[in-house]
Design a protein. Structure first.
Length: 116
């Protein structure tokens, strides 16, 4: 099985393609000025771009883990998520509350996609 590291840095790669799967690093908002909906949209746009770099798209996501700094943001996150996820293509998903590395981050999302 071949392993390809996408946008590697000293500490981690943005994504790793291993066999037929793309494992994406946790993505956090680049713009922390917005509310949970805006930060979620920011992260989802980054996921779209990263998956495109890997040769796939959101319809191939098989698993998503969403970390929220505050579960009170669950509904706002879901508003952005529901308008982004491809109809009939929702992945398996878990959403948990977690203290994130930067207090300005309201959300972090980690996805795994299938290349087929």
């Amino acid at each position: 099985m071949s392993i390809q590291r996408i946008l590697p840095a000293a500490r981690y790669s943005e994504a790793v393609i291993a066999g037929n799967f793309v494992f994406c690093a946790g993505m956090v908002p680049e713009n922390t000025e917005g509310d949970i909906k805006a930060q979620t949209q920011d992260v989802l746009a980054q996921i779209d771009a990263l998956l495109a770099t890997c040769g796939t798209n959101k319809t191939t996501i098989v698993d998503a883990v969403i970390y929220l700094a505050d579960m009170a943001d669950y509904n706002g996150m879901n508003q952005a998520w529901d308008s982004w996820v491809a109809p009939g293509q929702a992945p398996a998903r878990a959403t948990v509350e977690a203290r994130l590395a930067n207090p300005a981050w309201l959300i972090e999302i980690k996805v795994t996609a299938y290349l087929g």
